[in-house]
Ligand binder design. Structure first.
Ligand code: GUE
Length: 286
């Protein structure tokens, strides 16, 4: 079998078209969704992601601003800035690009962002709401993955989903969202003993390990849905996933590529959350 490729870039383009129409309507009510991105330091990968976010926002009519701070910024200076952004009624969404320099504790920063402006969905209040299934901002990468599955009408209910990786921003929340959709979820990680055996049991396999091409055909059950969350930069500068795409696509029924898979969807869901934040903060229903 050769898998059907779920193209995250194409799906993103379609979703952005829909959002553009919605943003135009909000603008007629005098509401322009506004995202503020804070970038600390000059990590080249972070700079490139931030550019992608600004470009995507502009495409949908969402306004965005970028605050760039030096790598030497103190934690208290950053927390103070976040307080100002929390109080600024023209700012609907706040995103502090991760990772942060060592002198700044990420959890302090995440907890400082007002939960109603937390378009990353990283605040403990929003994570709690996600766990209990309340309406909230969903973390963008997991939200993008669920949206990709639904776009192909892939059934999640009753399926065995195996998540490889347990980060707070991808592994843990994607498992939770799959559980919310009534999947049976297994989490695997660096201490898992029989990774290959567990992975090969998955109907839906989520690879979020951070190691190029770690998941080869032997880890994949015939007909499985394979979602590749890896973004690994090779020495030649090209981008590749955690899944060995060429061998995996011969066994999978659906597969996501890297690039043009989960990455663009992450940004698209950030825009969705920004619109949600703008509507929520302005109490416009829709
Ligand atoms: N507070 C915070 N929120 C984030 O959402 C966040 C973050 N920090 N830190 C870093 C990660 C990573 N991330 C990506 C977003 C888009 C692509 C993306 O669009 N990738 C393109 C390729 C882009 C390229 O060529 O460099 C693709 O896969 O096709 C990748 C990675 C968001 N992150």
């Amino acid at each position: 079998m050769s898998a059907e490729v779920i193209n995250g870039r194409e799906l993103s383009t379609a979703l952005k078209e829909e959002m553009k129409v919605e943003v135009e309507k909000l603008k007629e009510f005098g509401l322009t969704p506004h995202l503020t991105v804070v970038l600390v330091g000059d990590n080249p990968a972070s700079k490139s992601y931030v550019k992608g976010k600004e470009k995507a926002a502009a495409e949908t009519g969402i306004s965005s601003s970028l605050i760039e701070l030096p790598a030497s910024t103190t934690e208290s200076a950053l927390l103070q800035l976040i307080q100002e952004l929390n109080d600024d009624t023209t700012v609907h969404g706040i995103l502090v690009q991760l990772p942060l320099p060592d002198q700044i504790r990420e959890e302090k920063v995440i907890e400082a962002i007002h939960p109603d402006k937390d378009v990353d969905g990283f605040h403990p209040i929003n994570i709690g709401k996600m766990m209990t299934g309340e309406d909230t901002f969903l973390p963008c990468t997991p939200y993008g993955i669920i949206t990709m599955l639904k776009s192909k009408n892939i059934k999640i209910e009753g399926k065995h989903a195996v998540v490889i990786g347990r980060s707070n921003i991808v592994g843990k929340p994607v498992g939770q969202l799959l559980l919310n959709e009534n999947a049976t979820v297994t989490y695997c990680h660096s201490r898992t003993k029989n990774l290959q055996e567990l992975a090969a049991n998955a109907d839906i396999l989520i690879a979020a390990i951070g190691k190029a091409h770690a998941i080869t055909a032997e880890y994949i059950k015939d007909g499985a849905v394979v979602i590749d969350v890896g973004i690994n930069r090779l020495e030649n500068g090209s981008l590749t996933g955690d899944v060995d795409f060429e061998s995996a696509k011969e066994k999978a029924s659906y597969i996501t590529p890297v690039p043009r898979g989960v990455g663009p969807m992450t940004i698209t869901m950030l825009l969705k959350n920004t619109i949600k934040a703008a509507k929520g903060l302005s109490k416009i229903e829709g």
